[in-house]
Ligand binder design. Structure first.
Ligand code: S3P
Length: 443
């Protein structure tokens, strides 16, 4: 669904201590994959804890358009009856993935080796984002692609009737590229191999293995080498989606910067390919405890206990970027409240997210009194232990930018506004009631 709703301005102001439990929504990456793999299996996949944000709802609608039955049974509880690998039907209409890069890119991969034609579109943000990084490798499987100037949406894919397997080295660290190639490889004979220089989130590999595919990851001189045997018999599995560490980052950040706060965030995924923000926060001196560490649905999970306290600036090395790629906007806010300089290196991919996140954060933070330097690949925040506030930041159709500035406003001297909080519904529909429940003054 493309969103043409009126902008929803919102602002946050200095709040008293935040306390209580923050039950953040299900992991967005895992939710997309659960629906897509469910649709590619024959039989019934039961999902609990599914994120019911707009991005994932758009993927659910897409899976229905390709012929799967996708039903909501109760809150977070969904049932998918899949059509099997190669079983996708040709959709009657255009597949609108709204704001979701993960949705559109993974679904393109999932259909590219089935001989059907589909056209993909999205909102203004998604229509600006590069799709060549996905369609280039998909063409090597034998599908035909037509795209707008700059390989952007709308994109039409005529799936390969006789796909060939692929050995592909990803040009940038991207789980979306890796996953699109692996999903396309499901319906190719032989072995599809993806090689990545830096490990990226591995939910696709974990879930494919859980569904019975033969998939092996090795670390070699070439990098991370993932080998998938094509045309497996995917067996539906119950999927318990853990809570999203990228969404947890917002209440966690709020508790760290609002004096006197102590909150608990239960059941958050601690997958090491997603853990970079938490590693960084501990280096900054954050008071975070990980309790009840356990494995749920194939993913490591813990309850987080977070307390306000002093923080210091750190350097985040480029090798950590992939494991916290969605967390740099909120880290730049936390960095402004720390003492000293935080340097974020190797962050060029932020320029092609839902917005140019380096630009969006640098401009909004400066307007609110922070000292920020940025270059193509680096962002530097000179923290002073606080933030003046008083300005309205633009969210640029980007949920994480909107949430980052609202969190900043909870501890700044003057309130901080965002021009449009509407996009928050893509990943964290209950952000407002959840934050207010902790004591945050947002509205
Ligand atoms: C995602 C991968 C990342 C991330 C996105 C979710 C995924 O994108 O930013 O929010 O679920 O695979 P890239 O693959 O472009 O790094």
């Amino acid at each position: 669904m493309s969103h043409s709703a009126e902008p929803l301005p919102m602002s946050a102001r200095r709040s008293g201590p935040l306390t209580g439990e923050a039950r953040v929504p299900g992991d967005k990456s895992i939710s997309h994959r659960a629906l897509i793999l469910g649709a590619l299996s024959v039989g019934e996949t039961r999902i609990t804890g599914l994120l019911e944000g707009q991005d994932v709802l758009d993927t659910a609608a897409a899976m229905r358009a390709f012929g799967a039955s996708v039903e909501r049974l109760a809150e977070g509880e969904w049932r998918v009856n899949g059509v099997g690998i190669g079983g996708f039907a040709e959709p009657e209409g255009v597949i609108d993935c709204g704001n979701s890069g993960t949705g559109v890119r993974l679904i393109m991969g999932a259909m590219a080796t089935t001989p059907i034609t589909a056209t993909f579109t999205g909102d203004a943000s998604l229509s600006r984002r590069p799709m060549g990084r996905i369609t280039d490798p998909l063409e090597m499987f034998g599908c035909e692609v037509t795209a707008r100037e700059g390989k952007r949406l709308p994109v039409t894919i005529r799936g390969a009737a006789d796909p060939v397997p692929l050995r592909y080295r990803t040009p940038v660290a991207s789980a979306q590229i890796k996953s699109a190639v692996l999903l396309a490889g499901l319906n190719a004979p032989g072995e599809t191999v993806v090689i990545e220089a830096e490990p990226t989130r591995d939910h696709t590999e974990r879930m494919l293995a859980g569904f019975g595919a033969k998939i092996v990851t090795e670390t070699t001189d070439e990098g991370h080498v993932i080998t998938l045997k094509g045309r497996p018999n995917l067996r539906p599995q119950p999927i318990a989606v853990p809570r999203d560490p990228s969404s947890a980052a917002f209440p966690v950040a709020a508790a760290l910067i609002v004096p006197g706060s102590e909150i608990r965030v239960p059941g958050v995924s601690r997958n090491p390919t997603r853990d970079g923000l938490y590693v960084t926060l501990l280096e900054m001196g954050a008071d975070i405890r990980f309790e009840n560490e356990r494995v749920e649905g194939g993913e490591p999970v813990a309850d987080l206990v977070v307390r306000h306290g002093p923080l210091k600036g750190v350097t985040v090395p480029p090798g950590r970027a992939a494991s916290m790629i969605d967390e740099f906007p909120i880290l730049s806010v936390i960095a402004a409240f720390a003492e000293g300089t935080t340097v974020m290196q190797g962050v060029h991919e932020l320029r092609v997210k839902e917005s140019d996140r380096i630009e969006a954060m640098a401009v909004g933070l400066r307007a609110n009194g922070a000292s920020v330097e940025d270059s193509e690949d680096t962002m530097i925040v000179h923290g002073t232990g606080g933030l003046k506030g008083g300005a309205t930041a633009q969210s640029h159709l980007d949920h994480r930018i909107a949430m980052s500035f609202l969190v900043a406003g909870l501890a700044s001297e003057q309130p901080i506004g965002v021009d449009d909080a509407g996009p928050i519904a893509t990943s964290f529909p209950d952000f407002l009631p959840l934050m207010r429940g902790l004591g945050a003054e947002i509205g």
